[in-house]
Design a protein. Structure first.
Length: 102
């Protein structure tokens, strides 16, 4: 309901949902599993090739209907300091770099 705006709404079950700049649920309250993202990580570089699909979900697949996002997500320790971006997948948020400053 809020789109990319910040604020809160109450859903049909009477639960208040907070949104900050379009991002909902900062507390990680996952109520169900969402499939469709496969990462292929390189343990040496900490980089991940990312593939997504909206149907025909399978584990460990780069084949259709999965599409290469062109994003090179990174994993590691520290605070996320930047996110990957792709015009075609502008709804995905994956960490691109980390900052180790406290």
């Amino acid at each position: 309901m809020l789109g990319n705006a910040s604020g809160s709404v109450v859903n049909a079950n009477g639960i208040q949902i907070v949104s900050y700049r379009g991002e909902e649920n900062f507390w990680g309250n996952i109520w169900w599993w969402i499939d469709g993202i496969n990462h292929y990580a390189n343990a040496t570089t900490g980089e991940c090739d990312t593939y997504v699909a909206d149907h025909g979900f399978t584990d460990d697949s780069k084949a259709a209907p999965y599409e290469d996002t062109g994003m090179c997500a990174k994993y590691g320790n520290g605070y996320i300091s930047a996110f990957c971006y792709s015009e075609d997948f502008d709804w995905l948020f994956f960490p691109d770099s980390y900052s180790y400053n406290t």
